[in-house]
Design a protein around this ligand. Structure first.
Ligand code: AMP
Length: 365
């Protein structure tokens, strides 16, 4: 399907995935007069609550996919692990954005790392691991400490095992259930940052400044902007994300997660991961910038000009994970704090239930 229509208000965007990212994309689309149709297999998908049109079906249900495609003008996705076959099937019926080739690269940590290093951009040293013997050889080459990561379907630290010494190989290989993997050298980073950038159909890129991210138990806890790094490094981070978006021929919002490492008094960036979608570390843009990452994604896929977002102050975003959502009333009572609750029924440990954003005057820091 090659013709890519320029959308107009009243048109419908199909979104694969029914989580909070789909929900916030649909809310942003609604503000621009666009409808969204959410397709997700889980009946209690929180994105269903904010749209008129929904399909609750499995990703391999071809008749349901066909009906969905017929009902929308373009198709986007809110998470990168939708089966490649689903994106491939839908592409015959309606344009799928961002380009499914991007999915093929970023769904698998090995081509993702090869793509990034192929651009001359640094990553943690890595090795392909297909067997226990290959793991042992990789540990001998890269040296412990290291992190074993499944190539596919890992997120928030899932599908990962830490290797502190060569003797940990057997346990780590079992822990990731003997799946195709990569071994990465453990990076003693100074801090973690990300850059959220949007690329429009005409190739223009609008990036937010570098964001500083703090994880707890592998889950994003807090993002602050601007990141506390030298300006030249922050500019380099934006250049890295721009380069990646351009090399992918990407249309939409993407995020690039990076480690800041210090060696011999010099700071360097290593790319950890590319997210071909709006990203948790960009949620601050709803309240802390003149245009959000969600609006930018919608503008880009619709074929509309991107906004040139400005930051409204120094911003802090805190995720409400699991039972932390029960503090909603406390945050509501804080002047200047915006509260976002995703409408997920079950409060489960590690589940992202909402977030809060504080926008503080620049001078106050
Ligand atoms: P990932 O699923 O690859 O994004 O990893 C989740 C988190 O684990 C990252 O945000 C880091 O905090 C940590 N991590 C991942 N890879 C490494 C590494 N090679 N060295 C040190 N920490 C890592």
């Amino acid at each position: 399907m090659s013709t890519l229509p320029v959308l107009k208000p009243g048109d419908t965007i199909g979104i694969l995935g029914g989580g909070q990212l789909g929900r916030m994309l649909a809310l942003a689309a609604a503000e621009l007069g666009l409808n969204c149709h959410i397709y997700a297999p889980e009946e209690d998908s929180c994105a269903f609550q904010v749209v008129r049109d929904k399909t609750c079906a499995e990703y391999d249900d071809e008749p349901a996919l066909e009906r969905f495609a017929a009902a929308v003008d373009i198709i986007i996705y809110e998470f990168e692990n939708i089966p490649a076959a689903t994106a491939g099937f839908l592409q015959f019926h309606k344009p799928v954005l961002p380009n499914p080739n991007t999915l093929a690269i970023v769904q698998d940590r090995l081509p993702e790392k090869e793509f990034v290093t192929g651009l001359g951009i640094g990553t943690a040293p890595f090795a392909k691991v297909d067997s226990l013997d290959a793991l042992k050889a990789a540990i001998a080459r890269l040296d412990a400490p290291a992190v074993l990561k499944t190539r596919r379907l890992g997120y928030d630290g899932k599908g990962q095992a830490r290797i502190n010494a060569p003797e940990d190989a057997d346990a780590a290989w079992k822990a990731i259930r003997e799946k195709p993997a990569i071994l990465e050298k453990f990076i003693p980073f100074e801090r973690e940052i990300s850059v959220v950038a949007a690329r429009g159909r005409s190739g223009e890129v609008a990036a937010y400044e570098a964001i500083e991210n703090e994880h707890r138990q592998h889950i994003l806890h807090r993002s602050t902007v601007p990141a506390q790094i030298p300006q030249a490094l922050a500019d380099e981070a934006v250049a890295v994300a721009t380069r990646i978006a351009e090399a992918l021929g990407y249309i939409g919002t993407l995020a690039v997660e990076m480690f800041v490492v210090q060696a011999d008094g010099k700071r360097r960036l290593l790319v950890n991961e590319i997210a071909p979608r709006v990203h948790n570390s960009g949620h601050w843009t709803i309240d802390g910038a003149t245009a959000s990452q969600f609006e930018q994604h919608i503008r880009a896929v619709a074929g509309w000009p991107l906004a040139r977002p400005r930051r409204l102050g120094r911003v802090e975003m805190i995720n409400l994970i699991g039972r932390e959502v029960n503090d909603w009333a406390k945050y509501l009572a804080e002047p200047g704090t915006s509260v976002h609750i995703y409408g997920k029924g079950d409060v489960r440990p590690g589940r992202k239930m909402g977030h809060v954003t504080r926008v503080l005057p620049e001078a106050g820091f």
